[in-house]
Design a protein around this ligand. Structure first.
Ligand SMILES: Cc1cc2nc3c(=O)[nH]c(=O)nc-3n(C[C@H](O)[C@H](O)[C@H](O)COP(=O)(O)O)c2cc1C
Length: 344
């Protein structure tokens, strides 16, 4: 399914993302699933991603994968990006996705203050991190990027969204530092981008995901104007980001007053980079014949964004792209009926 003949129209057209050839404009959004005991992705995890690749997703972004440093997470069933068993598990995942004709990016993650203190080991935040700690975490992202390259990933995405560590530096409410990491809120995320970029082959895209909202505060904003957004994104681009993934809860919502552009649209307007939009795409059963579909396609063809990520709808419908493109609406499951207790 690589033509533009079905209901999804130009969303199924191929695209070259910073040199990486994708079959369609659809991205699988990163979604934590807690299915990797001891931090090691299992055969089930490989099959889960393979099924999404088989149905015409152009690029899969893995669930958030904490970097190796022990401050990155307290979770024991999220997969890690570390050498050894986890790397071998990821190699199986990337092979299966490639066999199915797909492409896959690893999302590298540090939970910041969302990491629960375990065994007396504290969670790290902008308020508590020394510059030495910052250097350590930059190094940990770089090390995990090295592992991702060895494991066969096609791209790396840095998780700079939703209130986790890097986003806590971008957000003025949590970054109250008085040193250079406070004066320039993008400084630490940009150091991570630069260090990761240095580990990737030249042709491998580096994606940065960012958001205004936080998981614990949907009204939060890292930028209250396009100018402020530019001050945060420009250093990330200078440091080597190739693609920006603008996380919104509803893709059709304007990012700022006075313009219909969504967050991905503003990111593209500011930086000129390719962007990924996301947020409640496909959640109504007849989405391909809806006003929201018209809005989505208008944004794509008008150059507001280049790729479209699907989250919840893919959990219960690994083959949503094919079913929706063919208009087989009766076979599409509502996302909320299936997404936590099934894993297939
Ligand atoms: C179960 C679940 C887990 C998620 N885990 C992550 C994650 O690990 N990293 C991330 O950046 N976003 C995560 N998200 C957010 C999704 O990537 C996506 O942005 C969000 O679900 C909105 O897209 P949707 O409306 O198509 O579901 C998660 C969402 C869900 C539903």
């Amino acid at each position: 399914m690589t033509t533009t003949t079905g209901l999804l129209g130009p969303l199924t057209s191929p695209y070259s993302l910073a040199g990486l050839d994708l079959r369609t404009r659809f991205v699988m959004a990163p979604m934590t699933r807690f299915r990797s005991p001891g931090g090691v992705p299992t055969a089930d995890v490989a099959a889960y991603y393979r099924r999404r690749a088989e149905s015409g997703i152009g690029l899969i972004v893995t669930e958030g994968v904490p970097v190796g440093h022990r401050s990155a997470t307290h979770e024991t069933t999220v997969p890690r990006m570390t050498a050894g068993a986890a790397e071998a598990g990821w190699r199986r995942v990337t092979s299966e996705v490639h066999e199915a004709g797909g492409r896959i990016a690893a999302q590298l993650w540090h939970l910041g203050s969302e990491r629960e203190p375990v065994d007396g080991y504290p969670s790290w935040t902008p308020a508590t991190m020394s510059t030495a700690n910052i250097d350590v975490i930059v190094g940990s992202f770089a090390e995990s990027a090295r592992v991702a390259v060895r494991a066969g990933f096609d791209a790396v995405e840095i998780h700079g969204a939703h209130g986790y560590l890097l986003d806590e530096f971008l957000w003025p409410r949590t970054n109250r530092r008085t040193d250079r990491y406070g004066a320039d809120r993008a400084a630490f995320p940009a150091e991570v981008v630069r260090a990761v970029r240095a580990e990737l082959p030249q042709q491998m895209p580096l994606i940065v995901r960012f958001s205004q909202f936080k998981e614990r505060d949907y009204s939060a904003r890292i930028a209250s104007s396009p100018t402020e957004l530019a001050s945060l994104l420009t250093p990330l681009v200078s440091a080597g980001a190739d693609v920006l993934h603008a996380s919104q809860r509803r893709f059709w919502e304007p990012a700022f007053d006075g313009s219909p552009l969504n967050l991905a649209g503003w990111a593209k307007e500011i930086t000129g980079l390719p962007t990924i939009t996301v947020g409640s795409v496909g959640l109504s059963r007849t989405f391909p014949v809806s006003a929201q579909m018209d809005r989505l396609v208008a944004g794509l063809t008008g150059g507001e964004y280049d790729l479209v990520a699907l989250g919840r709808i893919l959990l219960g419908n690994p083959d949503w792209v094919r079913l929706a493109d063919d208009g087989r609406f009766d076979e599409i499951h509502d996302y909320h009926k299936s997404h936590e207790d099934t894993y297939f």
